[in-house]
Design a protein. Structure first.
Length: 134
């Protein structure tokens, strides 16, 4: 609150009172994944997605990267196996093709190669429009 003449309430020392009570939390994950996608595409477009997989362990990580279109017709590669050195990240370019008009999301997951245990996932929204040139 700001001081206004006639206001009998004392001013608050912080504009965000709950900020004094924040707690830092640390989460340990073996791997993280990121896959930036454009928010829009047209039918038949081929999107080259730079998938980044980061290994946060002390050993080599053998992992699989998978793609799933949720509410969308997406054609992509089968699960790709990658090897990531300890405390390093790699970038794998992957091509996805849009097949139909719609709105949904693309789920990109990284799984442990030995037992398909999930390590991390990211969901990116995507709107596919009809090709205006047709």
């Amino acid at each position: 609150f700001f001081f206004v003449p006639g206001n009998r309430r004392p001013p608050i020392s912080s504009p965000v009172p709950w900020a004094r009570r924040c707690v830092n939390a640390t989460v340990h994950q073996e791997a993280t994944i990121d896959a930036p996608l454009p928010p829009f595409a047209t039918v038949g477009a081929v999107l080259t997605v730079p998938v980044r997989v980061e290994n946060r362990t002390d050993g080599v990580l053998h992992a699989k990267v998978t793609f799933t279109g949720e509410g969308l017709g997406i054609q992509g590669p089968e699960a790709q196996t990658v090897e990531v050195p300890a405390h390093r990240a790699i970038e794998v370019p992957v091509e996805l093709r849009t097949n139909e008009v719609g709105e949904g999301s693309v789920m990109v997951r990284v799984l442990r190669a030995s037992d398909d245990a999930p390590l991390d996932a990211v969901r990116r929204p995507l709107v596919v429009w009809p090709d205006a040139r047709l």
